[in-house]
Design a protein around this ligand. Structure first.
Ligand SMILES: Cc1ncc(C[n+]2csc(CCOP(=O)(O)OP(=O)(O)O)c2C)c(N)n1
Length: 651
């Protein structure tokens, strides 16, 4: 039996890597480290019934470490919830297998997770409910070790002990690594066992790769009375694949075909898994979705998609690179202090110290702790430093919302927030990691300055400007995907002053087809349409202006509202007065930008009626998928903007 379990865990590793390969992204390291524990739990220890996934007396298994969900999906498949081949749809658009688990999409997933440090709290609630209902089942929680950087973990730990939740068993994947490196260097965690004991837990330690020990420790944990249990499973990140083992670089990376073949060989599975069948399933699904998306796309006489014509070629670069470049330059100022949140390279804050080892002492690794880091940044600012912190926009603007509001904005402290990976285009990580609300939640805060630069050039220029020239709280929203460069260092760029962009004529280079003029200097050319936008969506608005001119002879005034707060009301009102239709386009929940623009126009009490439309995400969460297919799926690409303009003019 045990031998079988060991073999199954090994097979699950293989399936896991195949699914990741089909997805082309995802977390290899942390799924391999937890796989033996997952196999034991799902295939032997926990009471679950694939035929009755909602059975009320089932044990609950909560994946607080949501990024490990490929291991969850494989575990469910191996338990009989669905055929294993289905996991080839991992991270694909509209698939049940989202980049982070979503219980409303897939039976067997207990709760939706992905924002670290929260699944444990959900599990505490589920264990409390079981007590109130006098139910006998257990609630298992799977957490990472880096995840314990989050203060909320310790709040949940206190609650679990306070309520004597002996139906709660917390499994910690102690692989010693997180994204920025070793847990003990990113944020010292040890002695974890002593800490948990002092919080009131029964604590066990076990080798997370020895099946006998895993089964024994679960047996002991199930028998504990009067207190919650934590099991610290000592594991190896990337376990089973030599080139992934203990390699931080494999945290959030999927194997390519060659790496997959090597990995399967090492696992002794090269003949046991029909990789071709999985790949065919993935390709078939993708083809179907491509067709569907293509059908959704508005059609024109020509194809105007990025770089699909011989002319109008756009250079593409992620806006985040501009943030990194600015920090590399500005970091020479001794007052600048950067706070790392265990995602440093991805958000480019690492550029502050790359090549400048002397700056390392001014780089403060805060671990995965957005709330306390925000408050600490406030303290640094109060003492005269120029603190910069950056992480995914969702966590940078909403995990720490109260800290930002009360500690930073109320006190008007000089903190720069780098809200990275904003928008839907962050892609396959899915809804939990797609920031779509920051313009509303950050832009409403008193004292805050909020900018949403259109490209990497604007991001670089605005980061520097905010850092040194703007006193008080400031937030810059930028994105992950490579997007069109639409400005140069000579383009007008004044904080709080919008630019007007006009399509002039087709050119070899996309950017050169347009003229950019400071809004307050712009003289009407009697255009019929205004499109107001910001961030990388601005390039879509510009492309829409091109389509409108080529296909319909329409002249469009595109407004680059790179500064959301303070807002350039004059340029908006002027456009409302001088054009027939105003459309706002945002890669954000619809209305974040749109309602602000609408409010300005309404307050101006114009004597003539104008048409007004908004484009944005329609009151829903994002999805896993590729960046550009998501832009189409959610109706944000230029084609949809142009279509909306044409329809609205006819109404
Ligand atoms: C609140 C929050 N902040 C940041 C992230 C981005 N993130 C995803 S995984 C990860 C590291 C997790 O490390 P650990 O818990 O040790 O997991 P493992 O190394 O086992 O994968 C981070 C920072 C997140 N998902 N949630």
């Amino acid at each position: 039996m045990e031998k079988q379990l060991i073999a199954k865990a090994n097979l699950m590793r293989g399936y896991n890597l195949v699914a990741l390969n089909c997805a082309g992204s995802g977390h290899s390291g942390g799924t391999l480290s937890i796989m033996d524990v997952a196999a034991a739990l799902y295939l032997q220890v926990a009471k679950i019934d694939p035929k009755n996934p909602d059975w009320e007396n089932r044990d609950r298994i909560v994946w607080s470490a949501g990024h490990k969900c490929p291991a969850l999906y494989i575990s469910l498949a191996m338990s009989g919830f669905f055929p294993i081949e289905e996991t080839a749809l991992l991270r694909k658009i509209d698939s049940k297998f989202q980049g982070h688990p979503h219980w409303l999409k897939l039976k067997g997933v207990e709760v939706s997770t992905g924002s670290l440090g929260q699944g444990f709290g959900l599990a505490v609630g589920m264990a409390l409910a079981a007590k109130l209902n006098k139910q006998k089942h257990k609630v298992y929680v799977i957490t990472g070790d880096g995840e314990w950087d989050e203060g909320s973990m310790w709040e949940s730990a206190m609650e679990a002990a306070n309520f004597k939740l002996d139906n709660l068993i917390v499994c910690i994947d102690r692989n010693g690594l997180q994204i920025d490196g070793e847990t003990e260097k990113v944020m010292k965690l040890d002695s974890l066992a002593e800490k948990l004991k002092s919080f009131g837990f029964r604590v066990y330690s076990a080798n997370g790769h020895k099946m006998t020990g895993i089964l024994q420790v679960f047996k002991k944990a199930k028998a504990v009375k009067g207190k919650p249990t934590a099991i610290i499973f000592k594991t190896i990140k990337g376990k089973g694949v030599s080139f992934m083992e203990n390699a931080a670089a494999w945290h959030g990376k999927a194997p390519n075909d060659e790496e997959l073949a090597r990995a399967l060989k090492e696992l002794g599975l090269e003949k046991k898994i029909d990789v071709k069948a999985f790949k065919a399933k993935a390709a078939g699904y993708q083809k179907k979705m491509d067709k569907l998306i293509n059908k959704m796309m508005p059609k024109f006489n020509h194809n105007y998609w990025w770089n699909s014509q011989e002319k109008m070629k756009a250079m593409m670069e992620p806006t985040r690179f501009g943030f990194g470049r600015a920090l590399a330059k500005s970091g020479a100022d001794e007052r600048v202090v950067c706070l790392g949140l265990d995602i440093s390279e991805s958000v480019q804050i690492s550029k502050f110290y790359d090549g400048f080892p002397e700056r390392k002492q001014r780089f403060l690794s805060m671990g995965i702790a957005e709330q306390s880091a925000t408050a600490a940044a406030g303290g640094l600012a109060r003492e005269g430093k120029l603190p910069v912190l950056s992480t995914y926009g969702v966590f940078c603007s909403q995990r720490n919302a109260d800290q930002m509001r009360t500690s930073i904005c109320y006190g008007n402290l000089n903190v720069l927030f780098g809200g990275a990976h904003g928008g839907i285009s962050v892609g396959p990580d899915g809804a939990t990691h797609q920031a779509l609300e920051e313009i509303s939640v950050v832009g409403i805060l008193p004292n805050m300055t909020l900018v949403v630069p259109a490209d990497s050039v604007e991001t670089e220029r605005l980061t520097e400007y905010l850092l040194f020239k703007v006193k008080g709280p400031k937030y810059i929203r930028f994105a992950r995907e490579a997007t069109a460069i639409v400005s140069s260092k000579n383009t007008p760029l004044l904080l709080g002053k919008a630019n007007v962009i006009r399509f002039r004529r087709e050119a070899e280079i996309f950017m050169e087809a347009f003229e950019t003029i400071l809004g307050e200097k712009y003289k009407s050319e009697k255009e019929r349409v205004t499109i107001v936008s910001c961030g990388p969506e601005l390039a879509e608005a510009m492309r829409a202006a091109w389509i409108l001119k080529q296909e319909y002879g329409l002249e469009t005034r595109v407004i680059n509202l790179h500064t959301i707060k303070p807002l350039d009301k004059e340029t908006i009102i002027k456009a409302a007065k001088e054009t027939k239709l105003v459309v706002t386009a945002e890669e954000h929940q619809k209305g974040g930008l749109g309602n602000l623009v609408a409010g300005v126009i309404m307050e101006a009490n114009l004597s003539k009626a104008i048409k007004f439309k908004m484009i944005g995400i329609e009151d829903r969460f994002g999805e896993s998928g590729n960046s550009w297919e998501l832009m189409k799926w959610f109706g944000l690409s230029a084609e949809f903007i142009a279509q909306k303009v044409v329809k609205s003019l006819k109404e």
